[in-house]
Design a protein around this ligand. Structure first.
Ligand code: HEC
Length: 152
């Protein structure tokens, strides 16, 4: 029965290709079903957590690295969704975070972090996933990584 599975898979892929060719710019509401988005979001969540603990510890090189990773992730989201949704939702908070990190300003970092989380939630709201609510993390699940600043 394996062939049946592969035939179905091939048909589904073909359908997918036709569908995406038909509407190069899918309406925002459909964007949630784009393959790969869930996987990227799972990584974004991890980076969002690490970014918070890096900034709170004043580990600016690590915070800088995590913002870069988040930015790369959002570039990938942007490729999937098209349009300017990503820029609208998180463009300004990402820039504010980069500035706060550059200035090594913990208070500004925290404000910018909260506006990033608000941007995450705005997008979830806009794309019919308002039930996915992002907030400041209270617990660091990565006990195998040191977040305190290291001597370079
Ligand atoms: C451009 C819009 C957009 C932005 C910005 C965005 N998300 Fe998402 N996110 C989505 C969509 C759409 C889904 C649902 C994906 C799906 O249905 O597979 C989602 C799903 C998620 C999920 C659920 C993944 C799972 O399977 O448990 C998490 C967690 C998440 N996002 C975290 C974040 C975080 C953290 C940020 C900000 C740093 C963020 N998202 C920013 C659109 C966005």
């Amino acid at each position: 029965m394996k062939w049946l599975f592969f035939a179905a898979l091939a048909a589904a892929m073909l359908l997918g290709v036709t569908a995406s060719a038909q509407n190069a710019a899918p309406p925002a509401g459909d964007a949630a079903n784009v393959p790969g988005l869930t996987e990227i979001m799972i990584l974004q969540q991890l980076r969002h957590i690490k970014l918070w603990f890096a900034g709170r510890a004043g580990n600016w090189p690590l915070a800088d690295y995590e913002v870069d990773e988040l930015n790369d992730g959002f570039d990938d989201v942007n490729k999937l969704l098209g349009g300017d949704t990503v820029e609208q939702m998180v463009g300004a908070p990402i820039k504010a975070l980069q500035k706060a990190i550059e200035d090594k300003n913990r208070a500004a970092f925290m404000t910018a972090f909260d506006s990033l989380s608000a941007g995450c939630n705005n997008c979830h709201h806009t794309l019919d996933h308002a039930f996915i609510v992002i907030q400041r993390p209270s617990l660091l699940p990565y006990s195998d990584q040191a977040f305190e600043p290291q001597r370079q």
